[in-house]
Design a protein around this ligand. Structure first.
Ligand code: IMP
Ligand code: MG
Length: 180
């Protein structure tokens, strides 16, 4: 599929690479204080892959030694509006029974994706579940899900970059921005 936007499209920067790095360092310290040193990270793909890669290295600096696994959930398809349905496209490869889990996602919007993930991992016998998101859009919530660790509370704009996509483009941007 061709890019939905022209190559010379201007992108307004919301959070620079530097401010994201600083925030992630703070989040890692908060996570270490609340969860201790031993837990398992479940990163939700695709959107969280950049955030998760930086967060686990910040967790290392904070003294943590997490196990790491990935799960691909889909709720959006290629549109910018949620379909409402969440499904597992690719499952974890490890058992999570009895483990303390930190779920990592890029952004908490309606909360449907993370509610689905939490329920699923709960059914599989996780010892505890915490949620870390880099971004939160508080006015879009359709569930009562709360994230335990939040980087930035974002304005109500469709954001791209740093793992977040529009039609699977722009994930490679080192900053987070929006199309003005
Ligand atoms: P929720 O299930 O409505 O909370 O949506 C969460 C998922 O929707 C995230 O993991 C993202 O993949 C996607 N999403 C929500 N808002 C945005 C956005 O502004 N930009 C890019 N992706 C988004
Ligand atoms: Mg996503």
């Amino acid at each position: 599929m061709p890019s939905p936007l022209p190559a010379n499209q201007t992108i307004e920067v919301l959070y620079s690479a530097e401010s994201i790095a600083e925030k992630i360092g703070e989040m890692a310290d908060q996570i270490q204080r609340k969860m201790g040193l031993e837990f398992m990270v479940v990163a939700l793909l695709k959107g969280s892959f950049v955030f998760a890669a930086d967060l686990v290295r910040a967790l290392h600096k904070s003294g943590c030694r997490p196990q790491i696994d990935f799960m691909t959930l889909s709720s959006y398809g290629n549109n910018t509006t949620s379909s409402g349905n969440v499904m597992v496209e690719r499952d974890l490869s490890d058992k999570i029974e009895g483990k303390h889990i930190l779920i990592i996602d890029d952004i908490l919007e309606s909360g449907r994706t993370l509610t689905y993930a939490k329920n699923l991992l709960n059914e599989r016998g996780a010892a505890s579940l915490h949620v870390a998101v880099l971004l939160e859009k508080p006015h879009k919530r359709e569930t009562d899900l709360q994230a335990d660790f939040v980087g930035f509370v974002t304005p109500d704009k469709f954001v791209i970059g740093y793992g977040l996509d529009h039609a699977n483009y722009y994930r490679e941007l080192p900053f987070i921005g929006y199309i003005p």
